[in-house]
Design a protein. Sequence first.
Length: 259
Amino acid sequence: MDNWTRCFRPAPEAGARLLCFPHAGGSAGAYLPLSIAVGGTAETLVVQYPGRHDRFAEPFTERLGEVVDAVVAGLPASGGRPLVLFGHSMGAILAFETARRLEREGRGPAALFVSGREGPSLAQRPRLPNPPSDEDLIGEMRLLSGTEHELLSNPDILELALPPLRADYAMLFAHTHRPGPPLGCPVTALTGDDDPRVDVGRVLAWERETEGPFERHVLPGGHFFLGDHLPYVADLVAASVAGAGRSDRTASRTGTGGV
C-alpha cells in the first residue's frame, strides 16, 4: 500500500475496490463506517491527505492536481476487479478529476459517486473570504454541523482542526474547472435535502459530466448526511458493482473486452 491510501478492512475476495476521497479538513477515518457497510461488496481504500493523523508531520498539499497525481501513481494493481470512486464535498471534485485522469490513461473507473457537491461546471458561489479567518472557518464548521458545537470552543481541538481545513480551502480556491470530454462511466450524485451549501437543483449539473447513466439521490439530512444512510449508500455501491460485472460479461461475449 502506498502512503496515500489506507485500507481499514482488507478484503481481497471482494468483487470490487472502492476508492474514497474525504471532505475538506477530513481524514481517512471519516470513511471507516462506509468501508464496514460495503464490506461484502468492495474492498475500500481511502485517501489520506498530508498534514493529518499519521501524516501529521508532512506539509499540506497546495493543489488538487497534486493529490490526483499522487493517488493515480500509487494506485495498487486492480487484480481484475472494477474500481468505483467515491468523494464527498471537496472529495467529490477530487474523485471526479481522478476519474478523468484514469479514463485518459485507458483504465477508467466502473462508476463515480459524488456526494455533497454541486456540479463542477457551474459557477461556484462564494462560500468564504479568500483567505478565510479562523472565525470564518469556525463559522463554516458550525454551519455544516460537521463538528459538535462544544468542541469548537476547545482551543486544543481548534489547533488541530483549523490548519488542515484552511489548507484544503486554499486548494479549492486555487482550483479552476476545465471543461473536457464527458466520462464514460455511470455517475451517481448524492445530496442532503437540508444541506446549507448545496442546492438540490444544481446537483443535476453532474449529468453533464458523463455519457453513461446518471442518477441523483436526495436523502434526508444536512451536509454530513451520509452517516445516517450507510445501508442505502452501500446498496447503491453494490448495484454499481453488479452493473460493472454485467458490462464486463457483455463485452466478453461481443469480443470487445480487454484481458
